[in-house]
Design a protein around this ligand. Structure first.
Ligand code: 4AD
Ligand code: MG
Length: 432
């Protein structure tokens, strides 16, 4: 008997196969037992008919407890009534390992309880669906950048630099020196762009932010492309093409997961239309003021209600361009005709999901950068390698960082970024 995964059902309709699975749920009558099974690839139904199997197989099926692991043997059949589309008509069951008193029962549980049991909660169908979407976004990211001749470069995790400011650094000992967990690979990616032209990184980043919001993680994954001989306008085009490609890939390859999450696919389709709208920071402030927001002045950063209002004024993700210099990192290129703003953009996702991309054109002038480093209270010595990039054939270059979990949260249509990563690190949580 061939052992298969249920996801490959299409190729095995009418065949007798064996599948390794866990019991997610079950219901039975005197004559028939319906097992809700999961084999890691999908959730599916197993049907045991009393009159068609030996009595001990039927009794075993009726008594299986939640999360018992089993090998089921039977025929793969099409099942047009289920979302998944296939089921197995079970003829034999072999218990691999019993499970007793599984803590996550089909009833509702509170979030804290579920987070304490994250190692088990991952088995549930909603979490499974979100992780499928995360996996597709990761796969599509590599496809997009490989198709566009970007080279994947891995920046270090242990660093001496603080590209995004010194307030949220995770400090650690590096023998007799201090080191920080990476906040962003950007500075290293700038060096790599001068060596390889177009590059991208994809790795974990860390922010010791005391933020307890539905958008903030302490440890999150970021995709950071960097492009030599590229101005901001071309970078924005790459960003919108990339994000539209991610949404399209999820629509193409994660239909089942989207259905489990009850995500509206028609809405997602509107996010694949290019170009995305662009609005300047100045105009965004004006838009907010005209609409009764008197808690914000020119020069302030946007809070989540502001971002949500701006996003709701458009149908697609929106770029907010050219923020005040004072609220952005040291490396951004100054505006050619204005002292007070820099050449940058954040991409704000629709539906209140907030900023998913931060990016900019990078300053190319040695003296300007050196002054910025000093003004930001950074140690000049730590950045001398970075300044070298402006000494030896400096070129216009731009890049951006997309937060993986915020993007997964948005495309999945879930409430909180903590469900977009297998084991979230949150302000008060490093367990499990
Ligand atoms: O806007 P950020 O801080 O930009 C950078 O780090 C740049 N160095 C990127 C670059 O230009 N190479 O972060 C980029 C993105 C944000 O837009 C957001 O999606 C995500 O990273 N992000 C977070 N996601 C989850 N939890 C947090 N605490 C996050 N902080 C940023
Ligand atoms: Mg940002």
């Amino acid at each position: 008997m061939e052992q298969i995964q249920i996801i490959d059902s299409k190729k095995h309709v009418g065949e007798i196969v064996t599948i390794g699975a866990w019991v997610a749920n079950k219901r039975s009558s005197g004559k028939i037992a319906f097992l809700q099974l999961r084999d890691g690839t999908a959730f599916f139904q197993g049907v045991v008919v009393k009159s068609e199997v030996p009595e001990e197989v039927f009794q075993m099926a009726k008594n299986l407890s939640q999360e018992t692991s089993i090998l089921v043997t039977g025929e793969i059949r099409e099942d047009s009534r289920s979302k998944f589309g296939y089921e197995i008509g079970i003829t034999n069951i072999e218990v691999v390992s019993e499970s007793h008193d599984y803590p996550i029962t089909p009833k509702e549980h509170g979030t804290d309880f579920l987070m304490d049991h994250r190692h088990l909660w991952l088995r549930s169908s909603r979490q499974h669906a979100v992780m499928q979407i995360r996996n597709e976004i990761i796969r599509a990211t590599y496809e997009f950048f490989n198709n566009n001749q970007f080279v994947k470069i891995d920046p270090p995790i242990l660093t001496g630099s603080a590209p995004e400011g010194t307030t949220d650094l995770f400090e650690t000992n590096y023998f007799d020196q201090k080191a920080y967990l990476s906040q962003s690979g950007q500075l290293y990616m700038e060096a790599a762009a001068m060596a390889f032209g177009k590059v991208f990184s994809f790795g974990p980043t860390f922010r010791a932010e005391k933020s307890k919001t539905r958008r903030h993680l302490i440890e999150f994954w970021m995709i950071e492309p960097e492009m030599a001989f590229t101005h901001q306008e071309e970078s924005l085009e790459v960003q919108e093409q990339y994000v539209a490609f991610l949404v399209q890939s999820v629509l193409d390859n994660c239909e089942y997961a989207l259905d489990v999450l009850e995500r509206d696919k028609e809405v997602l389709k509107t996010y694949t239309k290019l170009p995305f709208p662009r609005i300047t920071y100045d105009d965004a402030i004006e838009l907010l003021k005209k609409n009764g927001f008197d808690d914000i002045e020119w020069g302030d950063d946007f809070g989540s209600p502001h971002e949500t209002f701006i996003a709701n004024s458009f149908e697609q993700p929106v770029f907010i361009l050219n923020y005040p210099k004072a609220i952005k990192p040291f490396y951004m290129k100054p505006h050619p005709t204005r002292e007070d703003v820099v050449i940058c953009a954040d991409m704000i996702a629709p539906e209140g999901y907030g900023e998913i991309i931060g990016g900019s054109e990078r300053a190319t002038d040695y003296d300007f950068l050196l002054e910025q480093i000093k003004n930001h209270g950074l140690d000049e010595k730590e950045y001398s390698w970075y300044l070298d990039l402006r000494k030896y054939g400096s070129v216009p270059h731009s890049g951006f960082g997309l937060g993986l979990e915020r993007t997964v949260t948005w495309i999945s249509g879930i409430d909180h970024v903590r469900e977009a990563i297998p084991f979230p690190r949150l302000l008060n949580r490093i367990y499990p």
